[in-house]
Design a protein around this ligand. Structure first.
Ligand SMILES: Cc1cc2nc3c(=O)[nH]c(=O)nc-3n(C[C@H](O)[C@H](O)[C@H](O)COP(=O)(O)OP(=O)(O)OC[C@H]3O[C@@H](n4cnc5c(N)ncnc54)[C@H](O)[C@@H]3O)c2cc1C
Length: 421
């Protein structure tokens, strides 16, 4: 049994969200204990596309998706699949996902995502600067590329929505896209350029650098939290276990930032958090034979390519699967075939594969707030495909909430109470 001194805040999980939260809370004067069984700072973001994409303000569940959904789900090489073993867990989440396609819900969620994204890259850059990690951020904008001329009208609709939400974006024609990215081939109809987007050239080292900054002041307990126990005085004890040892960690407050596993930690306290394990894959090509200048999302189907120090990283696909089920690395390889459609000179020289879990909410909005039936219990998880982008902005809003100040972003849309009805 390991004994610890009372911290102001115990943070469960040290992925990108927990790590930046710890740095932010320390900067605000709080003592912090972090509970993490794995390498701190090395969660899903380490394998992500590293596209810090303020322009991604549209929830996955959108009006009109219903018609395309059956075809997508039945195509084993499609961008979205549900493994049969995951179906029992998926049913409830899937129903909420269908409900989130309503036009009114979609519009509210778009506005809420925009409120997070507007300052997201600037906030992340400030954290990177404080942690001595700005060498890994390239702030020269990002792209969304369209293959089919028929889809260009969708971009026009997106552009007016982006403008309304205060996200800088402009349309590029085919020639302008090729001027920015000569490696792209003829299969490009146009693009949106996001001048305030950015990318990370080494997400793994970036996370490590942040963790080093965090560990300068935080006490890290290398164990898995298994219970959060309220105390009569409003404080908490977090129970945790590692190989051969157990811990009872007392803290005045708890912040749950354990990604997908947050739901299991909150459930015994009566909080419903419908978070799904949406697995994604990457293919890291160290000898790609081409050079890219920006991070980019391809629209049909949705996947990303990012220039990194170690080569070109292709990342994407959504596979709903039990987190401990074996990855299907054909999906990582599939990314290469998809990318070749856009980047004809791409080679798959010295490629490595990776799979990781996006903690995904049915309405694409993260869960962020204060528990409403317990004092001193906070949560921040479920950022889906945007957790890297939104980590710093989320952490700052949460630090303000925890310190009793008014968060600079309205956190109401992100409250878990939205799932109670
Ligand atoms: C293929 C792919 C590409 C992506 N590309 C991008 C991108 O380009 N841009 C972007 O913004 N986002 C991207 N994302 C999404 C982003 O990576 C995630 O949203 C983000 O990393 C989630 O961070 P997190 O800290 O909430 O969760 P996690 O990374 O899952 O971290 C949670 C941490 O909690 C720990 N933990 C779990 N259970 C417990 C417990 N019981 N006790 C203690 N600790 C626990 C885990 O070990 C882990 O370290 C991508 C994701 C994938 C899969």
């Amino acid at each position: 049994m390991g004994g610890q001194t009372d911290a102001d805040v115990a943070i469960i999980g040290s992925g990108i969200i927990g790590t930046i939260s710890a740095i932010d809370l320390q900067a605000a004067g709080y003592s912090v204990v972090v509970i993490e069984p794995n390498e701190p700072g090395a969660g899903t973001a380490a394998g992500s596309a590293g596209y810090l994409h303020d322009g991604e303000i549209f929830p996955v569940a959108r009006p009109g998706l219903l018609a395309a959904l059956p075809g997508m789900l039945l195509d084993p090489r499609g961008p979205l699949v549900v493994r049969p073993s995951y179906l029992p867990r998926f049913a409830g989440w899937g129903m909420r996902f269908l409900r989130a396609m309503r036009a009114s819900t979609f519009a509210r969620a778009t506005a809420a995502l925009a409120s997070l994204n507007r300052d997201a890259v600037a906030e992340l850059a400030a954290v990177a600067n404080a942690a001595g990690a700005d060498e890994f951020l390239v702030r020269r904008g990002g792209l969304k590329i369209v293959y089919d001329a028929h889809t260009l009208h969708e971009l026009a609709a997106e552009l007016s929505e982006l403008e309304r939400e205060g996200i800088a974006a402009r349309a590029l024609d085919e020639a302008e896209v090729h001027a920015l990215e000569p490696a792209l081939g003829a299969n490009v109809a146009g693009a949106i350029f996001f001048p305030n987007s950015a990318h990370c050239t080494d997400p793994e080292l970036f996370g490590r650098r942040l963790a080093e900054r965090m560990e300068m002041n935080a006490h890290v307990v290398r164990a898995r939290a298994n219970a959060i126990v309220p105390q009569q005085d409003g404080s908490w004890i977090v129970k945790a276990a590692a190989r051969g040892s157990t811990h009872e960690i007392p803290a005045k407050r708890v912040l749950v930032a354990a990604g997908y596993d947050s739901a299991a930690l909150l459930r015994p306290l009566g909080y419903l958090a419908p978070v799904a394990a949406a697995r994604g894959y990457h293919l890291m090509i160290s000898d790609p034979g081409v050079a890219l200048n920006h991070a980019m999302i391809f629209h049909e189907p949705h996947f990303a390519a990012t220039p990194m120090n170690a080569g070109v990283r292709l990342a994407g696909t959504m596979e709903f699967a039990l987190p401990d089920s074996p990855p299907d690395f054909r999906r990582a390889q599939m990314l290469f075939d998809l990318a070749r459609r856009y980047i004809p000179g791409l080679r798959d020289g010295h490629a490595t594969q990776w799979a990781g879990v996006r903690p995904s909410m049915p309405d694409s909005l993260p869960a962020m707030g204060a528990a409403d039936r317990n004092r001193n219990l906070f949560y921040c998880f479920g950022h889906g495909h945007l957790g890297f982008t939104q980590a710093a902005v989320s952490a700052r809003a949460m630090t303000q909430l925890i310190s009793g100040a008014s968060p600079f972003i309205d956190l109401t849309p992100f409250d878990l109470a939205r799932f109670r009805s």
